[in-house]
Structures are given as C-alpha cells and as structure tokens.
Write a protein that binds this ligand. Structure first.
Ligand SMILES: Nc1nc2c(ncn2[C@@H]2O[C@H](COP(=O)(O)OP(=O)(O)O)[C@@H](O)[C@H]2O)c(=O)[nH]1
Ligand SMILES: [Mg+2]
Length: 374
C-alpha cells in the first residue's frame, strides 16, 4: 500500500514537503494480522473468571482468586448473583472444617487488637486465619474499617492470614448474608479459623451468633455494676466474656469486672448445653491471657463435639440460613412485582392519609403480588 499523505490546510502557498505528513502502511493496516479497529485488553480487564476457575482457585488457596470470589459473592449485580451462587454451591462441601468464631463488644473494647494478637498466635501454631467483619454502619463510618486495618498491621502482612472488611451496604440482613457466604468461601480456601468481628449494635450480634460455633463478648473494665451498654440478651449469647485491657492501671479493675461478670453469668441460662460461659481477663496489647482464651475455645469445641451440640448447632444454623434466604427472596420478589410497584405508592398515600387501615392495605398488596382473590 502506498503511503497516504496529507497537508494541513494552513500550509503556506508554495511550501515544500516539510508540511506533509506521511501515514505508513504498517500503521494503517494494524500489525501481526490484527484486524484494524479491534481493541486488545489486558487479561485482567476481561469478563472475569469462569465458575471453574473460581472454584479451582479458591480450593488451591489462591489469595487473589479468593478475594475476587468474595467480591463476586458479595456483588448485588444480577449478572454476578447466579454465578456467585453456583461457585458457592460447589465450594460448600469444602467449607465444613473451619472453626467459626464471632467476636463482639462495644466500639473501642479492643476487638480488632485482640484479633491481631490472637491471629498472630494462631498462625504461629500453624493455623490459617481469616478475619471478616460485620458492620452495617461501615458505609457511614469508613473510619472503622481503617481503624480495624491499622490495628492488624502484623496480621495483614501474614501469608496465612486473610483480612476482609465488612461489605458496605446498608441493610444488616444483606451484610450478614454476604459475610456468611464469604466465611464459607474462606473456609473452602483452607482457612481453618474464621474470626468475625462485629460491633455491638444488638441485631448484628444475633446475626453473627447464628453463623458461628463460638461467640466471644469483649468488655472493658470500669463499667460500674452495669454491663456497659451491652444488653442482657447479648450476654446470654456469649460462650465466654473477655475483659480486655487488663494491663497497667486497669489490671485491678479488670479483675474486679471479671468477678462481677461471672456473678452475672451465674444467673443467666447458658445458650450451649454442657457449657457454662465464664469471664476471663486478657490484654490484647501485651498478649497476656490471649493464649488462655484460645484454650477456652478449644475446650469448648472438644466438649460440644463430644456431646453432639457442635453438629446440632450447625444444622440448626443451616435451617435459620434457609429461612433468612427465603425471607429475603420473598421480599425481593414482592417489591419487584409489577402489580406491587404500581399499587404501592397509592396505597402508601391512602394509609398515610388515614383513608385505609394498614391491615387491609397489606392484604391488598399481598393479594396483588400473589394474584390471589381477596
Ligand atoms: N491498654 C490497652 N489498650 C488496648 C487494648 N486493646 C485495645 N486497646 C486500645 O483500645 C483502642 C480500641 O481498640 P480496637 O481494637 O480498635 O477496638 P474495637 O473497636 O473493639 O475493634 C485502641 O486505641 C487500642 O490500642 C489492651 O489490651 N490494653
Ligand atoms: Mg474494630
């Protein structure tokens, strides 16, 4: 092909070839047999991994594929959901072995610091530790995610640790479902201990309790005779209480708090048959009492595995999970139904104006969604 030439329109009259551009054939025709106009993208920008690649990568313990699989499973995009569920279903048979531990407590109690200390000890003992978080407020308080990561400076660098902040979406139900699924993906990747940190908001503790084998409540000394901002219901969920910050001047107060919590626990009905929850002191900062705390977890596992409750709880948790998923999908189906979408604004208006009672309004909407005759 002959080179094409062009001259700008402002070329002075009578000027020579110095104003002429030559477009060479090679550039016009592409190269290496490439079709003209076709855009090449790097591999990383392509459509994504196949289901097989996700499954094989996670099972092989590939960290980058693990992270991408969690992102897939967390995604709300309809295109990802089906694929995510398929991957998850294939990973589920491989996710039984991991021990699931929930850690809750008021902000500032030292949960993240404790996870760092505990995580480093566990890794030292040959475990692989995944750390997840449920914080339904995390999209509002981004600081807490940063806070957690900065508390885990050693753990983040460990090959045998995997830390994933809370999925950032508003509804607790959605965040909890995603965390449960991420937990199972981590377990399938060979992490044999999964630690789930959650803030003490009440509802999120119940979610974490319903997906973990052991539930630890972290408190701090100096709360007076009240259980500091922690509802009695949450204490009832705990398999152990750790009174953290038992160091320096707080040490004596921590011992007093431990005795007090032990008295309080005495009056509560234990949530786990064959197991009496107790309070312990520890210092996440110095590491004192952290190994002893893990021994409590191990003892608990031995006892509940022997009396059958460990397996029974997991079965029950699977049933709860089923019901949660059905509830969630019913809700999605309901609000996406064209008849509901059409009716809802009118009915809301009527109820708000006091023209229609909420009871008949709800029945009318449900009838519309299910095509039932009222
Ligand atoms: N003295 C002392 N301070 C601690 C201890 N554990 C955590 N802290 C401090 O308490 C603050 C909150 O800790 P963090 O782990 O972020 O709490 P979280 O909100 O429960 O995760 C930080 O300033 C920590 O350094 C401890 O055992 N002793
Ligand atoms: Mg934290």
């Amino acid at each position: 092909m002959a080179p094409q030439t062009s001259r700008p329109e402002w070329t002075p009259e009578g000027a020579g070839s110095e104003f002429t551009s030559h477009v060479l054939a090679g550039v016009m025709g592409g190269h290496d047999g490439m079709e003209a106009g076709r855009v090449m993208r790097p591999a990383s920008a392509r459509a994504g991994l196949s289901v097989d690649e996700h499954v094989a990568g996670v099972l092989a313990g590939d960290r980058s594929i693990l992270a991408r699989t969690i992102t897939l499973v967390e995604s709300n995009a309809p295109a990802h959901m089906e694929k995510g569920q398929e991957v998850l279903q294939r990973l589920l048979p491989h996710s039984e072995a991991a021990l699931r531990v929930g850690i809750t407590g008021v902000p500032g109690a030292g949960k993240s610091t404790l996870i760092e200390a505990l995580g480093m000890q566990l890794i030292g003992a040959g475990h692989k530790v995944a750390v997840l978080a449920i914080d339904p407020t995390s999209s509002l308080t981004r600081g807490s995610i940063l806070g957690d990561k900065t508390r885990m400076t050693r753990l983040v660098r460990e090959e045998n640790a995997f830390i994933r902040p809370s999925p950032t979406s508003g509804m607790l139900g959605g965040v909890a479902r995603k965390t449960r699924e991420s937990m199972l993906v981590c377990a399938a990747a060979g992490f044999d201990v999964v630690l789930i940190e959650t803030v003490g908001t009440g509802q999120s503790e119940i979610s974490v309790r319903s997906m973990t084998d052991f539930f630890l409540l972290v408190l701090i000394p100096g709360g007076g005779d009240e259980l500091q901002g922690i509802k009695k219901g949450v204490v009832e969920l705990a398999d152990a209480i750790a009174v953290n910050k038992a160091d320096g001047p707080l040490r004596i107060k921590a011992e007093a708090a431990r005795a007090e919590y032990n008295r309080a626990l005495h009056y509560l009905t234990p949530g786990t048959p064959g197991w009496t929850p107790r309070a312990y002191t520890c210092s996440a900062a110095t590491g004192d009492g952290v190994a002893a705390l893990w021994q409590v977890v191990e003892k608990y596992v031995t006892i509940t595995r022997t009396n059958g409750f460990f397996a029974e709880r997991r079965l029950r948790q699977n049933l709860e999970w089923l019901h949660l998923l059905v509830d969630e999908q019913l809700r999605t189906y309901f609000y996406a139904h064209p008849a509901v979408q059409q009716l809802l604004p009118h009915i809301e208006q009527a109820v708000a104006a006091g023209e229609q009672p909420a009871t008949t309004a709800a029945r009318q909407l449900l009838a519309a969604a299910t095509n039932l005759q009222e």
